[in-house]
Structures are given as structure tokens and as C-alpha cells.
Design a protein. Structure first.
Length: 301
């Protein structure tokens, strides 16, 4: 895939264009009922039984197609891969919580991998959800991957989200450029034109608004040290939404953790999916290849 084609694909994915999804991602998702809410999920690679299933948890505004359009089919070559698409709870009366997200993930696991331990992979807000689940349900999680995650929302994240919310409330189209500016790393953007990136923006709806609000309230300070799963923490060198010091804090707080960095911005699943795949694939297959406390060497761009 050439540079222009990759940029166009990224723009389509980020803007929610389902036609951009690779054919290897299942087009007919399965569903599970969660207290009246219909939650869809995707499964592929069911014949791959050498390792625990890999469960992908997307971030704010994401879906399996939207955030894992590259990763899902690559991982499914060697692993059974399960990926839920979060839904707005039908009975939601107040704020969206990590408990709501946890409930949907656990329902999908009960349906797609009953009684099995899994390698749980969370990206962005999905990393906070994955850490939350790993701390509260250690019996279900053998391995944990936290990609661009954090323990507690800090001032830099609050400022970014506050500006995003202001633009959203004003219905200002500049929210698209602001989102692109925050999501993609400077080296990646340096290779693109404004025209190439013009279509790249998160879809906007009530669920996205609630997820952005939830981002402001993340605080796993008391839970993260309780995580016992073998953990891989992956930081993004040029991340402006969740700067890498957050990943370093996760690495320090989790007893059985390893650390690696990918030379990308927060939108690492678009910028360097092959490198993310390499790290997840190796860790899911051989989680003890690097002992706790290791810093896994990065592949130089």
C-alpha cells in the first residue's frame, strides 16, 4: 500500500467510512444482549488454538473497523481474535462509566470465549477499560496489553478535552482539524498535506460525547497496582493526547509489566499498525520472552 493510498485509507477509517474496512474483517458481526442493549462483536481465526484468544478493545469514537481495521486481520492469521463494538446503553440515565464498558466486554467474552482466559488488548480509552477489567476480573485475563493508556486524567488531557468540548458545543468545523492535530504524530503529519488529511476526523454522536466525558473522569489509581496479569505497556513517542509519561506510570505501577515505545502519535493504529501487530503478536504467543521490568527494544522507523 503506497503513501497516498495509506493516507486515503486512514482518512476513510477515521471518518467512519465502512467501505474502507479490509475484506478480512468479518462483515457480519455477532451480537449479544446486555440488559437490553444490543452489542455487536467480531470473531475471526477460530481455528487458531495455540494461544489464548486476543480481545481488542477500541477507544473513543472507535469500532472494530474504525480502530482495528489493520490490526484485526493481521492478528487473526495466528490468533483467535474477538473485538466488541461498544454501544450506548439503552437505559443510561446519567454518566457513562467504566462499569458500563466492562459489562459489555464481559458479556462478549461469555458468548465468544466462555470459560477461557484471554489476552486483553486495550487502545486509548480501551486501555483504561482493559486495565479496569484486569484488576477486577483477574480470573479471565492471562495477558494484558495497554496501548496509549493512562492511570488518571491529568491537566494536559483536561485542557485538550476542554478545547474539544468547546468546539463541539459551538458546532465549529475546526474540531476536525483540532482532532487531527492531536491524534497524529508530528513526523507522520510532516509527510502529509492538508488536503490528504482533510477528511480525517472522529464521527460525532452522543456515545462519542459520553466517551469524551468519561475520558475526563478516568482514575485507576487504586486499581492498577492490583493487576496481576502479565502486561505489556506500549507508549507512543509523539502522543499529544496521552503523552508517554502515562505509559511509564503504568509500567511502574504494574508488578508484571514490560514496556515498549512506537514512534507514532496517538493514532498509532493508523500510523504504524505493523509495529503494533509485531509487539502484540509476539507478546500474546510468548508473554514470558521478556521478564517483568524489561524495556523491549523498538524497531527504528
Amino acid at each position: 500500500m503506497g503513501a497516498q493510498e495509506t493516507s486515503s485509507y486512514v482518512a476513510q477509517i477515521v471518518s467512519g467510512d465502512q467501505a474502507a474496512v479490509p475484506a478480512a474483517v468479518p462483515v457480519t458481526p455477532k451480537t449479544v444482549d446486555v440488559n437490553g442493549t444490543r452489542v455487536t462483536y467480531h470473531v475471526q481465526g477460530e481455528r487458531n488454538l495455540d494461544h489464548d484468544p486476543v480481545v481488542l478493545i477500541h477507544g473513543t469514537s472507535g469500532t472494530t473497523q474504525g480502530h482495528f481495521g489493520f490490526l484485526f486481520p493481521m492478528l487473526a492469521v495466528r490468533h483467535k481474535v474477538i473485538s466488541p463494538d461498544f454501544a450506548l446503553p439503552v437505559d443510561l440515565a446519567g454518566n457513562l462509566t467504566l462499569e458500563h464498558m466492562e459489562e459489555q466486554v464481559l458479556a462478549v467474552l461469555a458468548d465468544a470465549a466462555p470459560g477461557q482466559k484471554v489476552t486483553l488488548v486495550g487502545y486509548s480509552l480501551g486501555a483504561a477499560i482493559a486495565a479496569f477489567i484486569a484488576a477486577r476480573h483477574p480470573e479471565r485475563i492471562s495477558n494484558l496489553v495497554l496501548l496509549a493508556g493512562w492511570i488518571k486524567t491529568d491537566t494536559q488531557q483536561f485542557l485538550f478535552n476542554h478545547v474539544w468540548r468547546t468546539l463541539r458545543d459551538l458546532d465549529d468545523p475546526a474540531i476536525n482539524e483540532f482532532t487531527i492535530f492531536g491524534a497524529f504524530g508530528a513526523p507522520f503529519l510532516a509527510t502529509k498535506t492538508l488536503a490528504e488529511m482533510a477528511r480525517g476526523a472522529m464521527p460525532l454522536d452522543r456515545l462519542v460525547d459520553l466517551q469524551m466525558d468519561l475520558n475526563l473522569r478516568v482514575d485507576l489509581t487504586d486499581l492498577v497496582p492490583a493487576i496481576k496479569a502479565r502486561t505489556l505497556v506500549i507508549a507512543c513517542t509523539y502522543d499529544q493526547m496521552v503523552p508517554r509519561h502515562h505509559s511509564k506510570a503504568l509500567f511502574g505501577a504494574i508488578e508484571d509489566a514490560r514496556y515498549s515505545e512506537v514512534a507514532a502519535g496517538h493514532a498509532v493504529v493508523f500510523e504504524r499498525p505493523a509495529e503494533v501487530f509485531r509487539l502484540i503478536d509476539n507478546f500474546a504467543a510468548r508473554p514470558d520472552a521478556y521478564p517483568a521490568g524489561s524495556i523491549i527494544p523498538a524497531v527504528k522507523p
